[in-house]
Design a protein around this ligand. Structure first.
Ligand code: HEM
Length: 213
């Protein structure tokens, strides 16, 4: 595991891995997949949206994984690349948005769709991802101050709920796929909350038990 983590720590390997979902797009073409040829734009829209969502799940899993396994070389490598993975979420989401915009054909047609709640949740998620991408550099950390920067980046949890809704609301067969994508993240975040609650309770008990209190 440690040697895999050492290989993955190389930036150029990370960039190749982050581009892989794009390269995979050619597979249905090579396999003459009928689902792709029925409506290529729709296929690409869904595919790129899913790639953005999976990468988002990876980024949000890093902090709870670090709490659970702080010494894991693989988890620490993921943490080392967190910023690059986060920016790639935004790039895939921007591609998803552009494909959708091209699919609708015009601004007027695009605006017509805004009465659909799942479209609004996608737009809100995208705008918030843009805020996180713009403020993901060291200059923004310095300008905002570490505390405020952390506050801004907590928007990621709001994005999580918007994306869960965005994906689940379109599933014609229930929430199966959305559950498969987000369940590991929700389990990890609940675990992290549990650890935090236990730590706070212990600290509170230690203060009440102390003879000086
Ligand atoms: C700019 C705002 C957005 C718009 C207008 C938009 C629009 C759409 C549309 C029209 C679909 C296809 C619905 C269908 O199958 O009929 C879709 C699917 C999807 N979108 Fe978005 N979206 C936006 C933002 C996002 C963002 C920010 C993400 C994730 C980071 C995302 C992830 C997804 C996913 C995962 C699917 C479903 C793919 C599947 O299950 O096959 N979308 N979106």
């Amino acid at each position: 595991m440690a040697s895999l983590a050492r290989i993955l720590r190389k930036r150029w390997i990370l960039y190749i891995l982050l581009c892989l979902p794009m390269a995979y797009v050619v597979v249905p073409v090579l396999q003459s997949d009928t689902k792709y040829f029925a409506d290529p734009a729709k296929y690409l829209l869904d595919y790129v949206g899913l790639a953005a969502t999976w990468l988002f799940v990876v980024v949000l899993s890093i902090t709870p994984l670090r709490r659970i396994s702080p010494k894991s070389a693989l988890v620490n490598t993921l943490a080392y690349h967190r910023r690059q993975i986060g920016v790639s979420v935004f790039i895939y989401a921007a591609l998803h948005f552009l494909i959708y915009y091209a699919y609708t054909g015009s601004w007027a047609e695009f605006v017509k769709d805004w009465d659909k709640l799942f479209i609004l949740s996608g737009i809100a998620g995208f705008v918030l991802l843009l805020v996180l991408a713009i403020t993901s550099n060291n200059r923004s950390v310095r300008a905002l101050g570490s505390k405020n920067w952390k506050r801004v980046h907590r928007l990621a949890y709001l994005i999580m709920f918007l994306l869960i809704y965005h994906q689940a609301a379109q599933e014609k067969t229930g929430f199966r796929e959305t559950a498969q994508v987000f369940a590991p993240l929700l389990i990890l975040q609940t675990w992290r909350l549990g650890l935090y609650a236990r730590k706070t309770l212990r600290a509170k008990n230690a203060t009440t038990d102390s003879p000086n209190s």
